[in-house]
Structures are given as structure tokens and as C-alpha cells.
Design a protein around this ligand. Structure first.
Ligand code: FPP
Ligand code: MG
Length: 273
């Protein structure tokens, strides 16, 4: 069966979790625009959270759904702001949020999402959940700010600096998603930190692949890396994915969820955008 088909129950679960969370605020001016904008997304981060939770033996309680909705909303708000910063008017073949709903709503949306994420975090007894959500949001904004500063100056950067930016702006949320799944499953500390590292590696593989697909387009951070590294970008994506697969096997016992996590890591290096 195709990976997309095997992941469908998890994607549908993420969709239900998002609808439930947003329906609590149905009268808010943000609810409808957010629902419209999130529709059709791949839900990679909540799926990673659910699979990590299942692979770590998690049960019905505590419920991973609110955390899964929270990571997707953080991702969504970050894309809305990224399009504002990048001046992009189209995303996934549709109008960017700020074009469709205006700059005011595009700026305020992250304040609204922050409120929802804080509320989700308050619903879990384990404080590590709030800390992981807080850390990733801080690190993502710092990574994006560093990228914006470098691009504004047109500065040449090393491959190492480039990787650090990707780690912060993208891989940190993948890491938090896999980590949250393990925390909610009450996995032991070694497994929680191992799953965080697994998510980081998958996030790196995924963002490098994304950059490879956009390589050479004006305004891309990859264009500022010394020595036009198209080969190293592809090789690094493969390397991060294979490290993720190797690590996974030392963390959790064989299961359908572990198999899907492995497939997701490998898929990161060959998706077509
Ligand atoms: C896409 O990069 C952007 C990100 C992965 C992260 C953006 C992060 C922020 C705006 C800061 C955090 C903000 C909040 C609200 C938590 P890209 O431009 O390389 O990819 P693209 O081709 O998808 O635009
Ligand atoms: Mg962008």
C-alpha cells in the first residue's frame, strides 16, 4: 500500500483534532480563515507526533490530539508569517494568507494561535509539554530572524551556518512533535530525548529536500551558501534520513508505527513538494 494510504488514518485524526480545537472558538474572526488555510495540508508534524506516541506504546490517556493540533497550528502560523516576510503571494497553489485575508489578520493570527497553544499546554499535567512547545516557538522565530537578517544583507554563509538555520526554523518543530508524542506516551527519558533527535533528523532531511527543489530560485537562503552546494544539499538530506532510521531502531521495538516512522524519514528525501 502507498505510504499516503497508510498514513491516511493519522492525517484524518489530525484533521479532526484541529476542527475540534478551532470549533471551540467558532465565533472568533480567526477560526474560519485558519480552517480554510489549513485545509489540504500534509499534516506531517501531527502525524509524526501520533506515530511517535504509538511507537512508544502510548494509550488513550493523556490524549495526544490537543498537542497534535497545537503543532499544526504553530506550523500554520509560521507559514503565514514566512509568506509575509518572503513577500510570497501564493502558497500550495492558493493565495497566501495575507493576500487572501489581509496583513492585519496575518499578523494577529499568531497572537490567536499563541493563546490556543498556551491553553493546550495548560491541559496537560506534564510541564515538559509546555516547555517543548515554548522552546520550539522561540527557536523557530530566532532561526527565521537569522535567515531574514542574512538575506537582507546578501551575506555569504558557510554550509554549517546554513544547516544551523534549517535546524532552528524547521527541524525544531519536527523534533518537538516527535518528542511530544513520546512524552505523552510516558516513555522513559532516554526514549523521549531519542525521539526528539529522530524528529530533528527527519526535519533536516525534509527541509534540505525542500531547498533542493527550490534551488537556484531568487531569494532562497541556499543561494547564499558558499560554493553553490546543490550536491551537498542532496547528500545531506539522505544522510540525515539514514541517521534517523538507524536511531529509530535503537529506540523502540518493531511495530506498524515504527515502520511508518521509518518510511516517513525516507520519504523526506524524495518528496516532490
Ligand atoms: C519556511 O521556510 C518557514 C519556516 C519553516 C519557519 C518560519 C518561522 C517563523 C516565521 C517564526 C516562527 C513563527 C511562529 C508564528 C511560531 P521557507 O521560506 O524556506 O519555505 P517555503 O518554501 O515553504 O516558504
Ligand atoms: Mg518562504
Amino acid at each position: 500500500m502507498l505510504l499516503r494510504e497508510r498514513l491516511r488514518p493519522y492525517v484524518e485524526r489530525a484533521d479532526r483534532a484541529l476542527s475540534r480545537l478551532l470549533s471551540e472558538h467558532a465565533s472568533s474572526p480567526f477560526a474560519h480563515p485558519l480552517m480554510e488555510f489549513v485545509s489540504g495540508g500534509k499534516r506531517v508534524r501531527p502525524v509524526l507526533l501520533y506515530l511517535s506516541h504509538e511507537a512508544c506504546g502510548g494509550g488513550a490517556e493523556p490524549d495526544p490530539d490537543p498537542a497534535a493540533a497545537a503543532v499544526e497550528l504553530i506550523h500554520t502560523a509560521s507559514l503565514i508569517h514566512d509568506d509575509l516576510i518572503d513577500g510570497d503571494r501564493v502558497r500550495r497553489g492558493r493565495l497566501a494568507f495575507h493576500v487572501r485575508f489581509g496583513t492585519d489578520l496575518a499578523v494577529l493570527i499568531s497572537d490567536f494561535v499563541l493563546s490556543l497553544v498556551l491553553d493546550v499546554a495548560a491541559g496537560y499535567a506534564d510541564p515538559r509539554i509546555a516547555r517543548a512547545l515554548a522552546r520550539t516557538t522561540r527557536v523557530m522565530s530566532e532561526g527565521e530572524a537569522e535567515e531574514a537578517r542574512i538575506r537582507a544583507r546578501g551575506e555569504q554563509i558557510s554550509f554549517k551556518t546554513y544547516l544551523r538555520i534549517l535546524e532552528r526554523k524547521t527541524a525544531s518543530l519536527f523534533s518537538a512533535s516527535a518528542e511530544l508524542g513520546a512524552i505523552i506516551a510516558r516513555a522513559e527519558d532516554r526514549v523521549v530525548s531519542g525521539m526528539a533527535e529522530f524528529g530533528r533528523l527527519v526535519g533536516m532531511a525534509y527541509q534540505l529536500r525542500d531547498d533542493l527543489l527550490d534551488f537556484g530560485k531568487p531569494g532562497e537562503i541556499s543561494a547564499l551558501v558558499e560554493a553553490k552546494p546543490v550536491g551537498p544539499i542532496g547528500a545531506a538530506s539522505e544522510d540525515f534520513a539514514s541517521r534517523a532510521v538507524g536511531l529509530l531502531e535503537s529506540l523502540v521495538l518493531p511495530s506498524e508505527a515504527r515502520d511508518l516512522l521509518r518510511e516517513l524519514a525516507l520519504y523526506a528525501t524524495r518528496w516532490e513538494g
